[in-house]
Design a protein around this ligand. Sequence first.
Ligand code: GRF
Length: 213
Amino acid sequence: MASATNPTTRLVVLVSGNGSNLQAIIDACADGSIPGRVAAVVSDNADAFGLQRAVRAGVPSVHVGRRDGESRNDYDARLADVVAGFAPDVIVLAGWMRILTADFLGWFPARVINLHPALPGELPGTRAIERAWQEAMAGERTVSGVMVHLVPDEGVDDGPVLASADVPIRPDDTLETFEQRVHDTEHRVLVDTIRTLCEQPTRAKMNNAGAPT
Ligand code: GRF
């Protein structure tokens, strides 16, 4: 495995909020379970706790806020400039709450991955954990999950799936206990997926996933 490992894999993590998934990535890089490093953390939200986590870890952090009247496309082009400056091999959307346009994605073909707290094809958009919980309370589901996928375009929580895992909703769950289990599963699946990407040449891994070359 060591021979296939690229220890210089550069991760840029985009966050909008708490950053518990960012923390899992930082910790996994520090303890060697991800053979790469977080080159930078970028947020659209100046108050994102994820930015503080980056500072505490000694990782460069940048706030790129949308300016008054700025179009999505212009914002995304400016964001792409900032992110490109960190020469990322893989860009991780970990609680990033904006839909990215081709003005960003076009600069990083098959390099952007997203984490979604639901199974492939299910509950796209915000509040997926709460919506899964509500469906369970209505007797409409007993399982939800998490997934990590490539982000080829503006499709919301949609794209070639790299990994997924079920999270059962137990009869004695509260929203809080279910949510905690979803987050624990996210941390594990996201770290495992990034490790796999780091252990293989990025291009080859993305091709295996069926993304355009
Ligand atoms: C996660 O549930 C992620 O799947 C969703 O937003 C949440 C971010 O959590 N997109 P955190 O900021 O990593 O704690």
